[in-house]
Every structure is written in structure tokens, then in C-alpha cells.
Write a protein that binds this ligand. Structure first.
Ligand code: GLA
Length: 378
């Protein structure tokens, strides 16, 4: 395939000034609690999205993709505001808008994070463009500010009420480590995640399922947590304990109760998982991963048959832990397994899928990788 820079020159008739890149993510534990000011423990994966960017003098934004070169989406920079046209280009336009760019730019993206797999290809796209623009226009925004800008692009331009986890880890991920992120103030700590030296592997299972509930279901879960917080006059689920939740159960609906129970217990599981990881106690980590899945399946009800079958089939052949990752209703699951079990775990999942008549799953592995970066082309 021609290089990104060559394609850029062919499509736009001038050279790119900046090349930027940003990764997708998996989340070890801490699901559906980023918008409740919780703690999460994701890592950036090796797969990333690249963006080549340069200014133009036409006052236009032109966006193309290495994957679909026959389309150049074009819009006047003055029309870049919520409600504009665009398909996937809205992720890019949203970032241009939230980063405060007001002059014309030509952008070519090259996405290598599998889309629809729950590995945050959208955050990779947003963050690659955001760090590229930050460098090109010398905007001097910190990683925290860029993360918030990328999240705002997705919330207010694309219309998906996501939390801050995916953008943060895409920007701040570190090689060899999971990132303990405090979603209230975006402070981070690196937690070494070296499964290989313990003879383990983290298998990523793309269920290839994508259920229609994804957007509405996500917003509904988030609204439940916000409703409980409002009824209890607390800022977020982070300020709740199981004791208080039990004692005030009559003030909220049954659905709100189980949603809040997931949030409270999941925040605790993240803290416990960090202790386990630091002690290289992978069996405890595995147990916490399983408990996270059961809570997401039974209390938060964001799993789906394809995710549950992947988890059950992994555990049936001896995985230490397995759970869905990301928003749910499809996408990917992870399984913490002994490295020499990888083929038997894959076989177990494949045959369980074929017995259910599900589309064949895809498998990945990835080590924790570095976050986004950008460089000027001289
Ligand atoms: C999606 C959202 C994140 C987070 C996860 C669930 O990936 O983009 O902000 O809420 O779901 O943990």
C-alpha cells in the first residue's frame, strides 16, 4: 500500500505537515464507571489510527481515509459545528470544533483499530486528529485538555454520551503498563501489566456482534446512575457505599438499585485489582475480572449472548478470568489465560459459537502500548 504521505500528496496536491497516531484500548477492569467519576484500568493496544494533516488556504476542511480513497468529504470551516453533515467524518469535525481550529485543513486518516469491535476505534480516530492539530497549530493543550476536547467532540458533535476513559488511555497509555485512571481529575498511575513473565496471555475476543441497543442502552445506563445521584444528593456513584445504597433502597427504583450496585462494586473491584496486579496475584485478578462480568451481565445488563458464550467457553477450559469490555451489547471480551492454553480456549469459543449459530469470532492479542504521538514532517 502506498505510504500515508504519498497518498496524502496524491489526494490533496500538497504535502502533509504533521503525522499523528493514537491507539485503541482494552479495559482490564472498571467498566461503565468512568461517567460516575470512578477508577478504570485500561491499556492502549498496539493497533492504532494514523492521521496526516496540513493547513490549506481555501478555508475548507477536507477529510479522506486510506481505507476509502474515492471519497473526499469537504465542508467550509465556518460550517463545522454540531448538526453539520458527515458520517464517520463527524468524529474528525467534532475534534476540529472542540480544539478551536478556525482555518482550513486537509486530513487523511488511516485506521488500523478494528471498527465495531469495542476496541475504541472512535477514540483512536479522535485522538490522532486532536494531537495532530495540537502540534500543527501549536495549541499547547495538555493531554487532559485534549482528552476532554475529544470526549466533548463525541458527546456534543457525534451525539454519543461516552465517558472519558477511551480518550484518556488513547492519549496517556504507556508501554508495558495498564493505566489506573481517576476519571474525576484524570490523574493516572502506571500499573505494570506483564502477563508474559507469569506465563499468561490476555486474549481479546471480538464477538463480531453489534446489537442495536448500543447507543440507547448506553445513554439509559448513564441516566440511571445520574438519577440515583440526584435522588441521594451526591455528585456521582463514587460517593456512594453499599451500606448507604442498601439503607436508602426504598428511595429509588429496583432498576436504579441494581445499576448503582454495579457502579459501587465495580469501583471497589478496580481498587482490588490494582492490589492484585501489583502483587502479581493473577488468580485474584482473574476472580475480579469474572465478578466484573457477572455484575455487567446481571446488574448492569449490558452483556449479550455472544459475550456471555465467549466468557463461559473461556472459563470452561480453564481461563483465570474472562469478561466483556467496553460499552457492551456486542464488541469484545477478554480472557486471562495460561499462554499454552491459547489454542484450546480459541477452539472452545469457536465450537460454542458454531453450536449457537453465531458468526465466527475473531481473536487478537496485544501488549500494553504507548499512547498517542505526533511529529512534524520536515
Ligand atoms: C464506552 C465509552 C466509555 C466507557 C465504556 C464502558 O467505551 O466510550 O466512556 O463508558 O463504554 O466502560
Amino acid at each position: 500500500m502506498p505510504s500515508l504521505e504519498n497518498t496524502y500528496q496524491e489526494l490533496f496536491g500538497h504535502r502533509a505537515e504533521v503525522i499523528a497516531e493514537a491507539p485503541g484500548r482494552v479495559n482490564l477492569i472498571g467498566e461503565h464507571i468512568d461517567y460516575s467519576e470512578g477508577f478504570v484500568l485500561p491499556f492502549a493496544i498496539a493497533d492504532r489510527t494514523f492521521a496526516a494533516i496540513a493547513r490549506n488556504k481555501d478555508g475548507l476542511v477536507r477529510i479522506a481515509s486510506q481505507q476509502r480513497k474515492n471519497r473526499i468529504f469537504t465542508i467550509d470551516i465556518k460550517d463545522v459545528k454540531p448538526g453539520s453533515t458527515g458520517e464517520w467524518e463527524k468524529y474528525v469535525l467534532g475534534v476540529i470544533w472542540t480544539m478551536g481550529v478556525t482555518s482550513g485543513v486537509d486530513i487523511l486518516v488511516d485506521g488500523h483499530v478494528p471498527s465495531g469491535a469495542g476496541l475504541s476505534s472512535s477514540a483512536a480516530l479522535e485522538c490522532s486528529v486532536a494531537v495532530g492539530l495540537n502540534l500543527l497549530f501549536d495549541l499547547k493543550k495538555s493531554l487532559e485538555e485534549i482528552a476532554r476536547a475529544a470526549q466533548k467532540a463525541e458527546n456534543d458533535y457525534v451525539g454519543m454520551p461516552c465517558g472519558i476513559m477511551d480518550q484518556s488511555v488513547s492519549l496517556m497509555g504507556r508501554e508495558g503498563s495498564a493505566l489506573l485512571l481517576d476519571c474525576r481529575d484524570l490523574s493516572t498511575e502506571s500499573v505494570p501489566f506483564d502477563v508474559a513473565s507469569a506465563g499468561l496471555e490476555l486474549l481479546i475476543i471480538d464477538t463480531q456482534a453489534h446489537h442495536a441497543l448500543v447507543d440507547g442502552g448506553y445513554a439509559e445506563r448513564r441516566a440511571s446512575c445520574e438519577s440515583v445521584a440526584a435522588k441521594f444528593s451526591i455528585p456521582s456513584m463514587r460517593h456512594l457505599t453499599m451500606d448507604v445504597l442498601e439503607s436508602r433502597k426504598s428511595e429509588i427504583t429496583e432498576t436504579e438499585f441494581i445499576r448503582a450496585r454495579h457502579a459501587v462494586t465495580e469501583i471497589q473491584r478496580v481498587k482490588d485489582a490494582v492490589i492484585a496486579l501489583r502483587a502479581s496475584d493473577f488468580s485474584t485478578l482473574g476472580r475480579l475480572i469474572n465478578e466484573s462480568h457477572f455484575s455487567l451481565r446481571d446488574d448492569y445488563t449490558v452483556s449479550c449472548p455472544e459475550l456471555d458464550v465467549a466468557v463461559d467457553a473461556s472459563l470452561a477450559v480453564g481461563a483465570l478470568g474472562s469478561r466483556m469490555v467496553g460499552g457492551g451489547f456486542g464488541g469484545s471480551a477478554i480472557a486471562l489465560i495460561k499462554a499454552d492454553q491459547i489454542e484450546s480456549v480459541k477452539d472452545s469459543i469457536r465450537s460454542a459459537y458454531s453450536a449457537k449459530g453465531f458468526k465466527a469470532p475473531r481473536f487478537f492479542t496485544s501488549l500494553p502500548s504507548a499512547g498517542a504521538s505526533a511529529k512534524l514532517i520536515s
